[in-house]
Design a protein around this ligand. Structure first.
Ligand SMILES: *Cc1c(COP(=O)(O)O)cnc(C)c1O
Length: 943
């Protein structure tokens, strides 16, 4: 490979790729590399330092759950699911798209609203997203948000963090006063409610929702999805938006995440829905096919007009939750819900018999016990028996039941109550269930009526359903996914294994800190290592996606300016080549976006930057810059660029999505940045999950360290001087941090540095081998690309009428996922081969691209039909190639087996090219219509 690119050694290549001025990184703080076995033993030991055997009945939106083993092994622990990319290439993603339609359908049914998205990051940020949606629905008018005092406290805290920079005032009102407050002088634009309330109360929300509507406000409800099997869904009470977490649908606690939050809306708001939405359309053969719907609506693509920055969400966890609904079906879920409520009722009776009053008489799973002076004793008695309860306030203790609680455990809890009260222990068989739900609260409407939720009732059926969907998709266990920007590197099996160690999986995010010492140590070490990698002084692991890191970092910059009495600094300079999340995050952080031009070589136009920095000097807050650039180049002028921004009083935010080109060779601190985020799901081996989970920690220089996020419920989560939480859980998606820990631990300083060098080598190798076939756009000063390269496909449009999309779809016939398409430059493909692809796989990819170039040439030279050729008809399905009739001027063999290696390991795309326009015109996002659609298509075919 070195010979092909014309370099003498990896060191020589790196020296010719990176500007000398920024070379150097100090990774001496990293421990020496370990073997896999050593890393596993170390992580096992850390996991056992968490007291996971204590069962947390703390609630607050996080509950123990049984991960159905058939889902744990075949989805969560299966690279066919967890290594897939976001389903932008719909034809090779039909499996996970179907799984996401299941998730959307389950959410829509349970909430009683027609449209649900394919997941959000967590319940707290989902509530904040709903508030932003309501504000956008009011066209930005209105300032006041009424928030019920019985929201989960972490939800309220996240909403407050998000409200302040955009000028929203959060008024917290006791539930009983919401209606009056809504009718008050200053009209709210939204009312935010919790259902059931955080201390367990289930009450009819109709009056509050009606009052909100009367005031012209939208009603947002945060709801527990399991409770909705028994309780009247908020949609039927008139709610406009319903959000929540599907964690208790079979997703481990993981000390706070990752879990799939959800959002469902009325039809009128579907175009404002943040996050991704899967819809049904048809393929080129008229068969139903799924794809991401309303892509132009996808918020971060709207850049500075966006009201949300969500990009990576929680697809893997949404798949799990949707499959939990498929596995249990409507009767199974209702049975689980009834059992949980039965146990809560019995425990309430035990409390009554022991002489304690209850805070609420109507509840689903949470019993709030007024223990008065005996509250301490109750918490202690429960802990002595192996349970964490929630201390609500001085005299009140809440217990949240869940599907894992056994009869014996219920007895034990009743005994703890009796002990605290000094009463005699009630026998379980004497305890009464909770009274019937009041009529207004009892759910009558059916849910999960679609066939998929009523079919897979044996484990064999379920196993095969999961396998069938998995086989429709291309993931990293099949072939290279040569995406640019979204580093799709190896997610080593050893790195994945600790995720399901019970000591990591079964810890509640609000368990007492002294029970989570393993996590404390893991997060401390990982943060230290990431400090070394970035060259920064402090790291926050709280943001649970890159977009959230951007937001958190910009808030740190904002807080820093304010602390220095420079609150007027609100201009954020962003190069035109930036990822869409950058401007979206800046707007959310209350900044004004000023776009900086790029020059012909794809670099930041320094003259334009200088002019704009001067023009906005007094108000300059920040520059957001991606390094190496989104064009795959180490810009020579980066230090000059950073210095220029500093001269005008601004701070430099570095988007760290391309860190895979930096680790060990240079660092954000070395280029002169003040803060950056890292995408642990790109550079640090957390798998992409088909579109999430992610983790987006931020590193900051010392002067910004006091301005990192923190968390009201965990003093160790950030500095006391911080601005509040940006995620619901203190350490965000802590449950997958062991993956990045294991990666760094096993690689050590030398391994990480070598990985970076080999990533650069791979990109230059692909560029070199393809440059005679496709023009390679943008190179550095010494002719090298960084860790990715951009192939220009615009020239084929004229000669052969071939578009970049045709090439992307044709690659599917060769068994490959397409590179990043038309970003950052329209009509191009961006390839990032990473360090972990073997040479043979790189060569197969190159051979496929060369063969496709020959197919294009045949069209250009008139040897192949302009309209009817393998590119325009790609991808080719088995049904089509094996049909009696074959009416194309090229052969079946060329269609399906264009190169010998394809024959050896054929992937059959399950559908032909998907029609996006049709799908957006006829938006269908749930299963039931999908089944009707399939039937209609069959009828049409029969005719
Ligand atoms: C992936 C990416 C982001 C956003 O990160 P998410 O984790 O998807 O939110 C931002 N900038 C760049 C350049 C990226 O590639």
């Amino acid at each position: 490979m070195l010979r092909v690119v014309g370099a003498e050694s990896l060191e020589d290549l790196a020296a010719r790729t990176l500007p000398a001025a920024i070379a150097g990184a100090d990774l001496s703080a990293l421990p020496a590399p370990s073997t896999e076995a050593e890393a596993m033993a170390e992580l096992r030991e850390l996991s056992e330092r968490n007291r996971w055997r204590v069962k947390s009945l703390i609630g607050l939106g996080y509950h123990n759950t049984h991960v159905p083993p058939v889902i744990q092994r075949n989805v969560l622990e299966n690279p066919g699911w967890y290594t897939a990319y976001t389903p932008y290439q719909a034809e090779i993603a039909q499996g996970r798209l179907e799984a996401l339609v299941n998730f959307q359908t389950a959410v829509a049914d349970l909430t009683g609203l027609p449209v649900a998205n394919a997941s959000l990051l967590d319940e707290g940020t989902a509530a904040a997203e709903a508030v932003a949606l309501a504000h956008a629905a009011h066209r930005g008018k209105g300032r006041v948000l009424l928030a019920a005092a019985d929201l989960h406290p972490q939800t309220l805290a996240v909403v407050r963090t998000r409200a302040e920079p955009v000028g929203t005032e959060v008024k917290v009102v006791p539930p009983a006063e919401i209606a009056d407050a809504a009718a008050g002088a200053e009209k709210p634009f939204a009312v935010l409610l919790q259902y059931p309330g955080t201390t367990g109360e289930a009450r009819d929300l109709s009056p509050e929702i009606a009052a909100a509507h009367k005031a012209g406000a939208l009603a947002i409800v945060c709801a527990d999805p399991l409770s909705l099997c028994l309780l009247t869904p908020p949609g039927e009470m008139g709610a406009d938006v319903v959000v929540g977490s599907t964690q208790r649908f079979g997703v481990p606690l993981g000390y706070g995440g990752p879990h799939a939050a959800y959002m469902a809306v009325k039809d009128a708001h579907k175009r404002l829905l943040p996050g991704r939405l899967v819809g049904v359309s048809r393929d080129a053969a008229g068969q139903p096919a799924m794809r991401l719907a309303l892509q132009t609506r996808e918020q971060h693509i709207r850049r500075e007009k966006a009201t949300s920055n969500i990009c990576t969400a929680q697809v893997l966890l949404a798949v799990m939750a949707g499959m939990y609904a498929v596995w249990h079906g409507p009767e199974g879920l209702a049975r689980i819900a009834r059992r949980v409520r039965l146990q809560a009722g019995m425990l309430a009776d035990a409390a009554n018999r022991a002489g304690f009053a209850l805070r609420h008489e109507t509840f689903f799973d949470t019993v709030a016990i007024e223990a008065g002076g005996k509250a301490d004793a109750l918490v202690r008695a429960a802990l002595g028996r192996g349970f964490n309860l929630r201390r609500v306030d001085a005299g009140c203790v809440a217990v949240s039941l869940d599907e894992t609680v056994t009869r014996e455990e219920l007895s034990s809890l009743a005994a703890a109550i009796a002990e605290a009260a000094g009463a005699s222990v009630a026998d379980l068989s004497d305890l009464a269930p909770a009274p019937e739900l009041p009529a207004a609260l009892a759910r009558r409407s059916p849910f999960l009526t679609a066939e998929v939720f009523n079919t897979h009732r044996s484990e064999h059926a379920m196993l095969r359903y999961l396998k069938r969907l998995e086989d429709r998709d291309v993931a990293l266990n099949r072939s290279m996914i040569p995406l640019g920007s979204c580093t799709m590197k190896l997610n080593a099996t050893a790195e994945m294994m600790p995720v399901t160690f019970p000591g990591f999986a079964d810890v509640h995010p609000f368990a007492p800190p002294e029970q989570a010492e393993g996590y404390a140590e893991l997060t401390r070490r990982l943060a230290d290592w990431l400090c070394a990698v970035t060259g920064f002084a402090a790291v926050s692991l709280q943001p649970n996606a890159g977009s959230q890191g951007e937001y958190a970092g910009l808030l740190a910059i904002r807080a820093y300016h304010r602390a220095r009495g420079e609150a007027g600094r609100d201009v954020c300079l962003i190069p035109s080549s930036a990822h869409g999340t950058n401007p979206a995050s800046a707007v959310m952080a209350g900044m004004r976006v000023v776009v900086v031009a790029c020059d012909r070589d794809g670099n930041v136009d320094v003259a334009d930057l200088r002019a704009k920095a001067e023009q906005h000097s007094a108000r300059l807050a920040a520059l957001m810059v991606t390094y190496p650039s989104t064009h795959g180049v180490f810009e020579e002028g980066i230090r000059e660029i950073c210095a220029l921004v500093h001269e005008h009083g601004g701070q430099v935010y570095m988007d760290g999505a391309n860190m895979n080109a930096q680790v060990g060779l240079t660092s954000p601190a070395a280029i002169g940045a003040d803060v950056c985020h890292l995408n642990l799901h790109k550079t640090f081996c957390i798998p992409h999950g088909g579109g999430g989970p992610g983790v987006g920690p931020i590193g900051v220089a010392a002067h910004l360290a006091p301005h990192l996020p923190n968390h009201p419920m965990h003093p160790g989560a950030g500095p006391e001087t911080g601005y509040g939480p940006v995620s619901a859980a203190p350490f965000g998606s802590a449950g997958i941090l062991p993956i990045s820990y294991a990666y760094i631990r096993m690689m050590g300083a030398e391994g990480l540095t070598r990985a970076t060098r080999v990533a650069i080598l791979s990109a230059n190798y692909v560029a070199k081998r393809l440059e005679g076939h496709y023009p390679v756009l943008y190179r550095g000063a010494r002719g090298m690309v960084a860790h990715e390269c951009i192939l220009d496909c615009r020239g084929f449009q004229q000669g052969g009428g071939v578009t970049v999309e045709d090439i992307a779809k044709r690659l599917q016939d060769y068994g490959f996922h397409a590179p990043t398409m038309s970003w950052p430059v329209a009509g191009t493909l961006m390839v990032e081969p990473t360090e972990s692809e073997p040479l043979a796989e790189l060569d197969r990819f190159v051979d496929a691209m060369v063969a496709i170039r020959a197919e294009i040439r045949a069209i250009e030279q008139g040897r192949s039909d302009r309209a009817d050729n393998p590119l325009k008809n790609a991808p080719h399905t088995a049904a089509e190639v094996m049909a009696e009739k074959w009416a194309h001027p090229y052969g079946r063999e060329q269609a399906a087996f264009p190169l010998p290696f394809v024959r050896a390991h054929k992937y059959w795309p399950p559908v032909k090219r998907v029609d996006n326009v049709h799908g957006d015109r006829n938006l269908v996002c749930t299963c039931a219509p999908l089944e009707e659609y399939a039937q209609q298509a069959q009828l049409r075919a029969a005719e």
